[in-house]
Design a protein around this ligand. Structure first.
Ligand code: FE
Length: 220
């Protein structure tokens, strides 16, 4: 996020801002090189789906010991109209475990909380979770659900996505390799098709796993 804001500031300073297009509350700046630098974006709303459970625990490590490739989520919240970080927002995430199962649903999972948790954003608007790379379930591409609450109100409900080639690489290894042939990739997923490209995590290797980052612009 700092990088984005710095980038924006330098663009403005250098007078490289050739076009700022206001479209439904989000806008983007075009650099002098012709590349598109997203400066401040309203992150697309996407359905919460059938597996949301409200009022989960406030905790950073949400795995409850379930196995998988380590994934640190660094989710930043900014005000889409000012680009300023929002401190104290409650970020709520939930996703399937490596076996494609949601806690609280299906046989033997009632009352369990794996892969669910809430973190408050810090002064930089950042919430950090320790989890594992999500597994897949029938009919959906790989995703992490997210909700952002500010002042007790839901200001964003979305889903976060991964590059398919990265998922392919992660799924070649255990425990994911026990469930080969996932049936849906990003391009074929109907929910991804409605704004998913603007909800891609930026993923980098981190130790034995990965870090996935995104800046979510919200309206409050
Ligand atoms: Fe889901």
């Amino acid at each position: 996020m700092t990088e984005l804001l710095t980038r924006r500031a330098s663009l403005l300073r250098l007078g490289g801002l050739l076009a700022a297009v206001a479209t439904g509350g989000w806008w983007k700046a075009r650099t002098s090189e012709g590349a598109t630098a997203v400066a401040c974006v309203l992150t697309p709303e996407q359905t919460e789906g059938p597996y949301y459970i409200p009022n989960e625990r406030v905790r950073r490590n949400i795995t409850d010991g379930h196995p998988g490739t380590p994934l640190t989520l660094r989710l930043s919240v900014v005000d889409a109209s000012t680009c300023r970080p929002i401190k104290g927002a409650a970020v709520d995430v939930w996703h399937a475990d490596a076996a494609g199962v949601y806690s609280g649903f299906g046989a033997g999972t009632s009352g369990r909380t794996f892969m669910r948790g809430i973190q408050r954003t810090d002064a930089k608007g950042l919430a950090v979770f320790r989890t594992v790379y999500p597994g897949w379930y029938t009919g959906r591409t790989v995703h992490v659900h997210v909700k952002v609450h500010v002042g007790g109100r839901v200001v964003h409900t979305g889903q976060l996505y991964f590059r398919d080639t990265l998922t392919d690489a992660v799924y070649r290894k255990a425990p994911y390799s026990k469930r080969p042939n996932r049936d849906t990739r990003n391009a074929a997923d109907p929910i991804f098709g409605n704004g998913g490209r603007r909800s891609m995590l930026t993923v980098r290797r981190h130790g034995a796993g990965y870090t996935g980052s995104i800046v979510m612009g919200v309206k409050r």
